[in-house]
Design a binder for this molecule. Structure first.
Ligand SMILES: [Zn+2]
Length: 228
């Protein structure tokens, strides 16, 4: 536990003040994933058992990141509607995956988790992340112009944003990191507008899929007032 907190603190480059109360961690036999549900973090015992110490520390640090981020994120924005929640969740999981999956999905799911089938799925989703991100922006822009209803928009984004937004978020976080903006990404880890802006800055410099000005303007509009 101590090591996981230390790992999170060094990833974020900031001390975690002693007043931060981390949720208790329960080790259970459930599916092969950690779950931050309500007042505690549940982790499958089988999963922890397969991991070496470093992997275990990283895994816990990922879960603690969510725990800590809750104190910084803007609940007013996130819980206004499903769209806001999804946009924020992509950042939340994308940045968190940099803590325990920095070596990539292939390595993590096939070596650490020993789940080659899941590795295949995650790698495929990661590969199509730029395309999915493009579709996500298109549906949100359409909604912003009243071309589709909120329900139609939400139904589409639920289809598009798979596995809690991990693959899209992790793809974005990796592009940001490759472009040299990891520090900026970490400094603004609770602000979705900054995450999408940094992604676009990275894509502009490095090539690859870029979000449109139309989408970015809309995102700026809906987030302003919540973040400074
Ligand atoms: Zn997570």
């Amino acid at each position: 536990m101590k090591k996981a907190k230390h790992r999170l603190s060094s990833f974020l480059g900031m001390p975690i003040d002693s007043a931060t109360v981390f949720k208790p961690v329960y080790f259970l036999f459930i599916n092969a994933d950690g779950k931050d549900a309500g007042n505690a973090i549940f982790i499958d015992f089988n999963l922890i058992y397969k991991m070496n110490e470093e992997e275990r520390v990283n895994f816990l640090a990922h879960e603690f990141f969510h725990n800590l981020r809750e104190k910084y994120e803007n609940h007013g924005f996130n819980y206004t509607c499903d769209m806001n929640y999804t946009l924020d969740m992509i950042q939340n999981e994308g940045v968190a995956d940099m803590i325990d999956k920095a070596g990539g999905y292939e390595k993590y799911y096939s070596e650490t988790m020993e789940l080659p089938e899941l590795a295949e799925i995650m790698v495929a989703l990661y590969g199509q992340a730029p395309e999915d991100l493009g579709k996500l922006q298109n549906v949100i822009v359409k909604y912003s112009k009243d071309e589709i209803t909120e329900k139609e928009m939400v139904d589409t984004i639920i289809e598009l944003v798979k596995i809690n937004g991990h693959p899209i978020g992790f793809f974005m976080a990796n592009q940001i990191t490759k472009a040299g903006y990891k520090n900026e990404m970490i400094e603004t880890f609770y602000n979705p507008y900054k995450f999408y802006s940094l992604y676009n800055k990275a894509a502009k410099e490095q090539g690859g899929f870029r979000l449109s000005d139309e989408f970015m303007d809309y995102l700026k509009e809906i987030t302003k007032g919540y973040y400074h």
